[in-house]
Design a protein around this ligand. Structure first.
Ligand code: TRP
Length: 464
């Protein structure tokens, strides 16, 4: 049974925490984004770089975030407030809460498409097209339909709110314990289906044989940015989930399992998708349209495609749902901890607010497609702002805080709680983590940030 500290909720078990956190990490990033960026950047070569980024930046920063949360038992704002007196650090926490809104607003739109596609799959709509072009037209006609796109955003947000409303143990943990195994089962079935298709070897080769000619400096930065996004780092989601964790459990151990699950799922999603795409003779580097425009065509061409198309979009929706609940939970935890709101009220108010913030993103595909700020529509702007500014800056300051500001002796005391035997047996783990979090993470994240705002390119040009 869980032990309650000062009336605040807790995870019921260590597995509950790992599944919930893996649920946050595993999302559209793994199933929608990872395969297409890998496809555009040389397949195996990109995957190799990505794995290094996960190990060198992803895992150390994940440990740092969970540690901040567990130590303080607070949301991102409360966590910084508890450990430093400076309003600047509290502002980093606040930036995380804001990032929660920004991400959920565009994330919910894509999740809504996925939700809507489950119904299209059931209706058998995909059977109408033979070519990605007609699938693209179909996608275009759905997304230009205001009622469809806003309606499914609303439905998806209702699902998210329903789970968060029910609480940490009864909602998030219970939901994750049901949804995550389901996700894994569906994905494994899809992978087996992909591998057994005629011509799937080309898809496997694409994932295993590196094509270094497609890898550029840009790909490395992309891999780094994605490592961050896929682990839900940089805005306090993992901090918030860590804040419900027991001090008896090992943070490095749990983090390693989360990273392993996230990477494993991205890779098998890659195998399932590329084997099917290659077997059908379509283009693997189809960009963001890979899932919504290329795959429906793949399904029409494979035996049993009807049932697999339903399973696929169900999978994608589940993955998105367990991530969106973690985004909403950050905002809710802030209002519950700091403003003493009741959880239910916070969920209803801020779930609705996020839906409203998401509406302009949804309308970027139709009514307000021409409204542009800095050359980007709302949807792209929200994505750009979150992925290129808020998350890297958040992640940078989180690493700097843990490595340089908090006091490393205190950090180690907290980190060792629940992980005593690990550190007694493998003391070098601390040395490695220390080097990564003190030097590698801040420097590399800073480079990604400079690149995303265009400064890095200017500097490189100067030296040319
Ligand atoms: N990690 C999720 C994915 O891969 C997205 C996500 C969920 C996220 N929560 C986050 C990204 C918090 C950044 C921050 O789809």
């Amino acid at each position: 049974m869980s032990v309650k500290t000062s009336g605040r909720e807790n995870w019921g078990s260590k597995v509950g925490f790992i599944l919930a956190a893996a649920g946050s990490a595993i999302g559209l990033g793994n199933i929608w984004k990872f395969p297409y960026i890998a496809g555009e950047n040389g397949g195996a070569a990109f995957i190799f770089i990505y794995l290094i980024c996960i190990a060198v930046i992803g895992l150390p920063v994940l440990i740092a975030e969970v540690l901040l949360g567990r130590t303080t038992q607070r949301n991102p704002v409360g966590a910084f407030k508890a450990l430093s007196n400076s309003p600047y650090w509290t502002a980093i926490g606040a930036m995380g809460v804001i990032a929660g809104f920004v991400i959920l607003s565009f994330y919910g739109v894509v999740a809504g498409w996925s939700f809507g596609y489950i119904f299209e799959a059931i209706k058998g709509s995909f059977y109408e097209f033979e070519q990605p072009n007609s699938a693209a037209d179909f996608f275009g006609s759905l997304t230009s339909n205001v009622a469809w796109i806003v309606g499914f955003l609303a439905l998806f947000m209702c699902l998210t709110m329903f789970i968060v409303y029910s609480g940490v143990q009864k909602g998030i943990e219970r939901g994750s314990k049901i949804l995550m195994p389901l996700l894994l089962i569906i994905l494994i079935i899809l992978m087996i289906k992909g591998i057994t298709l005629d011509g799937s070897e080309k898809g496997i080769a694409f994932i295993l044989q590196p094509d270094w000619s497609l890898v550029s400096g840009e790909s490395v930065l992309l891999a780094l940015g994605h490592a961050f996004f896929t682990l839900s780092l940089g805005m306090g989601a993992m901090m918030t989930y860590g804040s419900y964790m027991s001090k008896k459990d090992s943070i490095p151990g749990a983090s390693l399992q989360i990273v392993f699950l996230d990477t494993f799922i991205a890779l098998i999603a890659g195998v399932a998708i590329f084997t099917a795409v290659f077997a059908t003779g379509l283009d693997p580097a189809a960009g963001p349209g890979l899932i919504f425009q290329t795959l429906p065509v793949v399904f029409t061409k494979m035996p049993g495609g009807y049932i697999f198309s339903i399973m696929f979009f169900l999978l994608l929706t589940i993955a998105a749902l367990t991530s969106s609940i973690s985004l909403l939970e950050v905002v809710v935890a802030y209002f519950v901890d700091e403003k003493k709101w009741a959880r239910k009220k916070a969920v209803i108010v801020f779930g609705t607010v996020t839906f409203l913030v998401g509406v302009p993103s949804a309308l970027s595909f139709n009514l307000i497609a021409d409204v542009k700020l800095f050359g980007l529509n709302f949807f792209d702007l929200a994505d750009w702002l979150a992925s290129n500014i808020l998350l890297p800056v958040g992640g940078l300051f989180i690493s700097v805080f843990v490595a340089w500001v908090w006091g490393f002796d205190k950090v180690l005391v907290e980190l060792k709680r629940g992980a005593e035997s690990l550190f007694d047996n493998y003391p070098w783990i601390i040395t490695f983590w220390k080097i990564f979090i003190k030097y590698f993470s801040p420097v590399l994240i800073f480079l990604v940030f400079l690149h995303s705002i265009g400064v890095l390119d200017l500097i490189i040009d100067l030296f040319k």
